[in-house]
Design a protein around this ligand. Structure first.
Ligand code: 13P
Length: 254
């Protein structure tokens, strides 16, 4: 597919896969996707599998992501992991503000902005997630919610940092439900996000920011989604847990 922005497809494994299972999965992906150059490929295993997966993908076209990190850098923060620790495993990307963390860990956009700043300070690329709830969509609040989350989660970032940030639009009602946004809904939300970025960092930079779609992305719907003008990749949950479905998603997007 011919777009100015290179597609980026990432697998968010969430709280799945023991180390052994993670290695099976990533070794299978390496085999299936070895020839893919047109798309940036990322897997985001749980923290416990980062070390082994990192070794397994050395010399491959697959890059490593983490699913979260602390806004702090070392210190008395029990249970937390900081950017410098992720860098030890050659992590390049970090998912921030996933709706599950916004919901279950009460993460606010202000906190996500702090994490994004800490990520950039360590040269990690944040994948900042935003998305509306079903009630908000039904109440015609989608754009208001997206704008508030986007502005809040990018607060304090420089133009250059925003350019190196990936935005993931994940309508919460489409996550893990088998319901996908229609092409019209996805394109309209992505275009709105890009327009909002124009207001934050100006048109030239906004045109370079990659915006992923996430929410029940599957091999049979990814092609249409990736063909949309403002959709620059996918953040895949359930379908990233099997070699066959994730590699098919990638192949369908080329
Ligand atoms: P599903 O693909 O399982 O709907 O999950 C999407 C998601 O939350 C990716 O971050």
């Amino acid at each position: 597919m011919n777009k100015d922005r290179k597609l980026i497809i990432a697998g968010n494994w969430k709280m799945n896969k023991t180390v052994g299972e993670a290695l099976d999965l990533v070794n299978g992906l390496k085999r299936e996707l070895a020839n893919v150059k047109e798309i940036d490929l990322v897997v985001a295993p749980p923290f416990t599998a980062l070390s082994e997966v990192s070794k397994a993908i050395l010399d491959s076209n697959i890059r490593l992501g983490a699913q979260n990190m602390s806004e702090h850098n070392f210190g008395a923060y029990t249970g937390e992991i900081c950017a410098a620790m992720l860098k030890e495993f050659s992590v390049r990307y970090v998912i921030l503000g996933h709706s599950e963390r916004r919901q279950f860990q009460q993460e606010s956009s202000a906190l996500i902005a702090k994490k994004a700043l800490a990520a950039h300070a360590a040269s990690l690329k944040p994948i900042v997630c935003i998305g509306e709830l079903l009630e908000e969509r039904k109440a015609n609040q989608t754009e208001r919610v997206l704008e508030t989350q986007l502005r809040g989660s990018l607060a304090g970032l420089s133009t250059e940092q925003v350019e190196e940030t990936i935005i993931a639009y994940e309508p919460v009602w489409a996550i893990g439900t088998g319901l996908t946004a229609t092409a019209e809904q996805a394109q309209s939300a992505h275009a709105f996000i890009r327009q909002t970025l124009v207001g934050i960092v100006g048109e030239a930079t906004a045109k370079r920011v990659r915006i992923q779609y996430g929410g029940s992305v599957k091999p049979n719907n990814v092609r249409e989604l990736m063909s949309l003008p403002d959709v620059d990749g996918a953040l895949v949950g359930g379908a990233s847990l099997e070699v066959r479905s994730f590699s098919e998603i990638v192949k369908q997007s080329i």
